[in-house]
Design a protein around this ligand. Structure first.
Ligand code: SF4
Length: 468
């Protein structure tokens, strides 16, 4: 099946021409189809479509076929159901985070798009799948003249209402070099350890990210932990992952978090469950991060749920997304970033940067597209306690790229922990000199003391005002 799927991408140009020809003549069948009745047409065409597209594209009949837009690579084969480009967990060899035996669908999509002359990256945002259409025929919809509602990657539309700008958003807009830090919520119903961890960063960072089941591991809910921090005078960024909740649940969480004083939300697709402590859990992935952003922005700007139902009071959110400049498909990462910004991201936090040269190349292209002027690009940094731990991360955490030179340098040091901190401080210094980089985001699981020390040594400490 996969061989035929790859063949289809290699022959994307011919198959796309065939698709376009069929699309042109499809309206001619509209009248006969109406005479037959849509239900009968569905009963006749759906099985044929399932067999034909299943054979050539490994199609799963999502009911809203986008093959003509994805270079004939079917995104329903993506383990996270990404609809708008690759996740951040693509392996260095192009393997899928969820199923390493499979090539990332979005690398194939890029190749297919290039073959049909559409450029390798996405040029529009595709809406989330309408789950009511799963298993139904797209051909029937095409014959009936139904069109997919796509959004072009143009600059974010202006906001149509006044918003209160809170401290983190103000800092991002001010041009100062911002600092954020990441904390994993506790494995506890008692918030005191969370409050103690956050206390190290009071008056030091602009915002504190609360992870949402990072690595597929279970902790206290991110919305609850962010609310605890907000109530204690910190400025939290609540991460919301699409992995565990459908669109009904994420909208409820966003409203709940906003009601409890959380203003900053980072929309992520989420790490796969496979490497976490519940590998037996169901992967939800009703939305991808772009779908999440689109819905969050609509709640804020239009004051409606995704369904169109009006909210009584819209949440006042500063929206963010992630980017990973360090893994394939490198060319498409900029288009993916542009799509996230077009969908509503106002700040971007990247994966760990251990390779400043690669980041500089990425930022050159970011600046060429003017994306750094439309969103604050905050680069992820961090350190681990030893070369062994770094090596493990490089090999086992999808999406993390650690150059061998960094590992060798830390391995050769007498005090590996101190050398790791030295590398981190040097990295922060180097990033401050990269045009377009708006700040750094420090990460390190239960490594708060080292991160606080790096902030102090880098001279980054700045007080954040105690409003979320
Ligand atoms: S690497 Fe990520 S985006 Fe690519 S197919 Fe796998 S889950 Fe989907």
């Amino acid at each position: 099946m996969r061989a035929l799927r790859r063949w289809s991408v290699r022959h994307a140009a011919g198959l796309k021409a065939l698709y376009d020809a069929c699309s042109r003549i499809a309206p001619a069948f509209a009248r006969p189809m109406r005479l037959l009745g849509r239900a009968r047409a569905e009963a006749l065409l759906a099985p044929v479509e399932r067999v034909a597209k299943g054979a050539f594209f490994d199609c799963r009949m999502c009911g809203t076929c986008v093959l003509s837009r994805t270079g004939l690579a079917c995104p329903t084969n993506c383990g996270k159901g990404m609809r708008n480009g690759p996740c951040g967990g693509v392996r260095p060899d192009g393997g899928c985070e969820v199923d390493p035996t499979m090539r990332c669908v979005w690398i194939e999509a890029g190749e297919g798009r290039a073959r049909v002359g559409a450029g390798s990256g996405a040029t529009e945002i595709l809406p989330p799948i309408d789950r009511r259409l799963e298993g139904r025929s797209t051909w029937v919809r095409v014959i009936d003249g139904e069109k997919e509602q796509v959004t072009p990657l143009d600059p974010a539309r202006p906001r149509d209402h006044e918003r209160v700008i809170h401290s983190f958003e103000r800092a991002c807009a001010s041009g100062v070099f911002v600092t954020t830090v990441e904390i994993a919520p506790p494995d506890s119903a008692d918030p005191s350890t969370l409050i103690a961890r956050a206390e190290r960063f009071r008056g030091v960072v602009d915002a504190i990210n609360i992870t949402d089941g990072a690595g597929g591991n279970c902790h206290m809910s991110s919305a609850a932990a962010a609310a605890v921090l907000a109530a204690n005078g910190h400025v939290p960024v609540c991460q919301i992952a699409a992995r565990d909740r459908n669109r009904i649940a994420v909208q409820g969480d966003m409203l709940g978090a906003a009601a409890l004083g959380v203003r900053n939300v980072l929309c992520i697709t989420g790490d796969d469950v496979g490497q976490g402590d519940h590998p037996d859990a169901k992967r939800v992935f009703d939305l991808d991060s772009i779908g999440l952003l689109t819905i969050a922005r609509r709640m804020r700007d239009d004051g409606t749920f995704a369904s169109g139902r009006r909210l009584e009071v819209a949440p006042d959110l500063f929206l963010g997304a992630t980017a990973n400049p360090f893994v394939p498909p490198h060319e498409d990462r900029i288009d993916n970033l542009a799509a996230k910004i077009a969908a509503g991201a106002q700040f971007i936090q990247t994966q760990f940067c251990f390779d400043v040269t690669r980041l500089e190349r990425f930022m050159e292209r970011v600046r060429d597209r003017g994306l750094d002027r439309r969103a604050a690009i905050i680069v992820g940094v961090g350190t681990l306690s030893s070369a062994k731990a770094l090596t493990w991360m490089a090999h086992h955490v999808p999406g993390v790229h650690v150059p061998q030179g960094v590992i060798t340098r830390i391995a050769a040091a007498k005090d590996q922990r101190a050398e790791g901190l030295e590398v981190l401080v040097e990295t922060i210094d180097a990033l401050r000199a990269v045009p377009g980089v708006a700040g750094v985001h420090l990460m390190g699981h239960r490594n708060e003391d080292v991160l606080a020390e790096a902030i102090r040594r880098s001279g980054l400490a700045r007080p954040a005002t105690a409003t979320a």
